[in-house]
Design a protein around this ligand. Structure first.
Ligand SMILES: [Zn+2]
Ligand SMILES: [Zn+2]
Length: 351
């Protein structure tokens, strides 16, 4: 098998060649048909997150070992199954749930493996899909595609699931209030499409880039606002019908999270998803006085991915601008992501 590996943080990825692994126990080996390039791959490749105030969180101190094959948004075709792998056969095409935990702790047993303290996430702690083949520890992490093409399904594993899980945290507000989507990159556009599939009230996109605002409008956002406009906050509140009940910050920088907090009505909810970095100051009395909820959301659970796939598998989401690229081009895509030049998704097609 061939894989494209990060060998040193921030340096170009390198090809590695080895014999195809043989699945043992419950393992399943897939040939990779589609591997999405996610913005978080940029952070993994760089090796750190900016925590604000000059602090940095190094991924290698958090158990990310190199060399690593990135890629956590994968669709593959089963090519070999271990002796204890039930429910899949050679030739099946499947979407892979990558946020795999230890499987034995309380959190994993509760079904929230994405929050496990001993994670085995594919493409982060274990080898992922920037490769010809991908090993998955158990068939329960493999989901049928329905009517979706591999290209349509792959981004559901991360950007789709992340957007969906954040929306689920807003509860019934999705149905009754417009959801403010801060950041109309891959994740934000996905959220806009999913709100439609959920038959929600609608979305209001916020992005500094006019092209991304146009993409959001094209996907059905009710309004698209430039946060750099001098009256951005007033525009936002007006578009939301007086104040914001429900917002998701897919950027997570000082300006966006501040805007999200400032826009909330009493009882409003802000879900922070983006990992851009920085810090904000909040007056503590405002938390109770405005009864605000600020909640973080990190990917989503296997059950949520199953629910999302059920929601969209027979009526795939309107295709977010997606381009397929060869495995060899992964490094260029990472560079474009760093420069903020990618609109929509890029999906590698190794097979
Ligand atoms: Zn991702
Ligand atoms: Zn666990």
């Amino acid at each position: 098998m061939r894989s494209f590996q990060v060998c040193r943080c921030g340096e170009p990825m390198q090809f590695a060649e080895r014999v195809d692994p043989k699945p043992t126990g419950s393992e399943v080996l897939l040939k990779v048909l589609a591997a999405g390039v996610c913005h978080s791959d940029l952070h993994i490749w760089e090796g750190f997150y900016d925590m604000g105030g000059g602090k940095i969180l190094r991924l290698q101190e958090r158990g990310v070992n190199l060399p690593l094959t990135m890629g956590h948004e994968n669709v593959g075709e089963v090519v070999a199954v271990g002796p204890r792998a039930r429910g899949v056969k050679v030739g099946d095409k499947r979407l892979v749930y990558p946020w795999i935990g230890c499987g034995t702790c309380k959190v994993c047993k509760r079904g929230e493996e994405q929050l496990c303290m001993s994670p085995r996430f594919l493409g982060v702690y274990r080898d992922g899909g920037y490769a010809s083949h991908l090993m998955v520890p158990h068939p329960r992490y493999l989901l049928p595609l329905g009517k979706m093409e591999p290209l349509e399904a792959a981004p559901l594993a991360c950007s789709g699931l992340t957007a969906f899980s954040a929306l689920k945290k807003l509860g019934n507000l999705v149905k009754s209030e417009p959801v403010v989507v801060i950041g109309a990159g891959g994740l934000g556009l996905m959220a806009i499409a999913i709100v439609k599939a959920m038959k929600g009230k609608g979305t209001i996109a916020v992005d500094i880039d006019p092209e991304k605002r146009a993409a959001a409008k094209k996907l059905g956002a009710l309004a698209a606002i430039d946060p750099n406009a001098p009256d951005a906050l007033a525009q936002l509140k007006k578009a939301a019908g007086g104040g914001v009940w429900a917002a998701i910050d897919f950027v997570g920088n000082e300006q966006t999270t501040q805007l999200g907090v400032d826009g909330l009505v009493k009882g409003g909810k802000l879900i922070v998803v983006g990992l851009f970095g920085g810090q904000i100051t909040i007056s503590l009395p405002l938390i109770p006085i405005r009864a605000m909820t600020i909640q973080g959301s990190y990917t989503g659970s296997l059950a949520e991915l199953e629910e999302l796939v059920k929601l969209v598998r027979n009526k795939p989401l309107p295709l977010i601008p997606t381009k397929t690229v060869r495995l060899e081009q992964a490094q260029d895509i990472i560079k474009d992501l760093k420069a903020g030049k990618v609109i929509g998704r890029r999906v590698l097609t190794p097979a």
